[in-house]
Design a protein around this ligand. Sequence first.
Ligand code: IMP
Ligand code: MG
Length: 175
Amino acid sequence: MVKIHDKTFAPFISAQRLKESVSRIARQISLDYSNQTPLFISVLSGSFMFTADILKEVTIPCELVFIKVSSYTGTQSSGSAQQIIGLQKPITNRPVIIVEDIVDTGNTIEFLVQQLEKENPASLKIATLFFKPRAYTKAKKIDYVGLEIENDFIVGYGLDYNELGRNLPEVYKII
Ligand code: IMP
Ligand code: MG
């Protein structure tokens, strides 16, 4: 059990299961992009650990940039994503893979896809470590999913509760 701010969290997903999910996506991407050089766009801060671990297992040439989208505070999605910060590389005609920690309602990913599509990438796919299918409200399909989870708030492995908990090597669920 861990206490973060006012909430208590219980162990949920082990480091071993995380590793297996990350490896599986890395293998699939390496196959799907076998003669391409994709540009990974990692969405900070939550996906920093996932990005580091998955890139170590991607066996094809690839590039990486980090961006930030204004995030929400607390345990409820705000429903409004605001602005992309830090995309300094042109993505036109490039195969692009967005790397997210978690897709919840899908507001953030929908916003990102809409913004990035404007620049006409050659292709645009989404890789997320966690997906909450019951919370998801969008039509856009998520191309690579590590683990589907219920509508519970989780922390660890990059994910935070009001900025704490990102350093935990395993994932915990709110109780
Ligand atoms: P969405 O826009 O509702 O899909 O939410 C996406 C963002 O909300 C993610 O990138 C996370 O930063 C955050 N988020 C959603 N669910 C959780 C959670 O269970 N724990 C921590 N952060 C979360
Ligand atoms: Mg995020």
